[in-house]
Design a protein around this ligand. Sequence first.
Ligand code: DC
Length: 233
Amino acid sequence: MSASRINIAIDGHSSAGKSTMAKSLAKELSFVYVDTGAMYRAAALFCMRERLIQGNEIEESRVEQSMDRMFISFKYNDKSETSDVHLGGVNVEKEIRSMDVARKVSLIAAIPAVRHKLVRLQQRMADKGGVVMDGRDIGTVVLPKAELKFFITSDPDIRAQRRLDELQREGIASSFDEVRNNIIERDRIDSSRAVAPLRQAEDSIVLDNSNLTIEEQFQFLLSHAKKTISSKQ
Ligand code: DC
């Protein structure tokens, strides 16, 4: 891996703005952005379509047996200038953002067989360096040796309002309370699961962005990235 092609891990709470930061950082550095949340969302969609989850009941052994048939990949989208997630070769970027998927995804992401499959894929995507990857366990499990790690958080009310604004821009109907409850519940499940729970890596830089603009956050991350890159050259 060339000296400047470091890997950057961005973890944190739901809807804390990780993907906005990760995307901008990847673009600025000409790195590849990997949205691991999109992969877990695609896995949840797969389980829903295969009827492996009914209500909140999951048949874990069937999920495990079905993993060989679940094909998740990314394809660059020239229009949005980022990669869209594909399930079985079909673009599912819109479906995975629905509240239906948001309600199930933390349950599916807690299944060891699902994590095993997706973590291997994520590690392969980063093995040549030059990746900005966001998620919940990137700095702790997927890329424990990432040269730079951030942990992003902010006040739940602020996160809920930002997420609601985003859903409305995408034409997805919801309410502040529904979005807030979903964010809090996902954080609870993600932080308390047995396998790869959401937690801060000891060597991560923490950013609470409750009172920061997007530009201020971006400059904070970029200055750390530039410092780390130049220290490796
Ligand atoms: O980042 P997101 O909200 O799109 O992630 C969707 C869900 O996937 C989130 O509730 C937790 C799970 N997730 C995970 O368990 N591990 C990751 N690396 C990324 C996401």
